[in-house]
Ligand binder design. Sequence first.
Ligand code: AMP
Ligand code: MG
Length: 315
Amino acid sequence: MTTILTASPEEAAAYVRAGELSAFPTETVYGLGADALRPDAVQKIFAAKGRPSDNPLIVHVAAGEQVERLCASVPASARTLMDRFWPGPLTVILQKSEAVPAVVTAGLSTVGLRWPRHPRARAFLEACETPVAAPSANRSGRPSPTTWQAVQQDLDGRIACILKGGRTEAGVESTVVDCTTTPPTVLRPGAISVEALREEIGDVIAENGETDAAPRSPGTRHRHYAPRASVVLVSTPEEATPTSRAAYIGLAVPDAGQEFARVRAVSSLDEYAAELFHFFREADRDDVDTIYAQTVSDDGLGRALNDRLRRAAAR
Ligand code: AMP
Ligand code: MG
């Protein structure tokens, strides 16, 4: 199939309405969308990505009111979080309604819902006139795409359309919060920090990544975010071995004269998150063997960053 590139949200949405796949930019990473109410269309997402069928998809809406149709009930914690963080990089897990096909939720009785904030995503979702199931628009296991070119690299010829936009802002995925538990549980740390959630609803259970919330968020079990090069985590640049086949990314700057093929010293956690997956793909293009990535403290966005780094480094 020929993959159409367009800057028109309406054109990209027409493919979704026809039961095909369109990738689209969001404030986190690019998503790969299908009509969430059509099992045949949703199935194409798993095929195009090579995604294990036990990994549920997040359903994207164009307005808060669409939620009522898709879930059985909205607990007070979810209402508070949606009021505060929607539209934005927050996914809430709720008991699903009968309207949501089993293929979307990998057979679970719950569904993940998100209303993105990115203007082009919002225009696209409105024009789809249906809820849109969308995981990140990468081949399964690869780094999430933060540019339309990265989507093209992974999925050209496998999907109907790519809605072009700029580099994504956050660079890490949405925070997934299970609101069916009391207190709610963070199943995947993301662009909204656990501290920010706690400011709104007080108690929140947050695993640290070592104790994996895998059984409840099946997707976190699978290999993720991995470039072709090996990712090696370091706490300081001195722990890295500089060679012409190695790259380094982190907050600390390596000593002058250290010969890496590529170095990215970021100046904040925000910048680190925005750069990470892009850096992985660039380093792969340089054909390096090893990417050294500096771990950060678990505060704020650091928790999501460390989670992605650990998963990218897992073999
Ligand atoms: P992605 O594939 O990047 O879109 O990530 C989606 C994440 O949300 C994965 O970690 C999924 O396991 C998780 N997720 C989606 N729906 C559910 C659900 N109903 N229950 C638990 N986790 C979910
Ligand atoms: Mg993904």
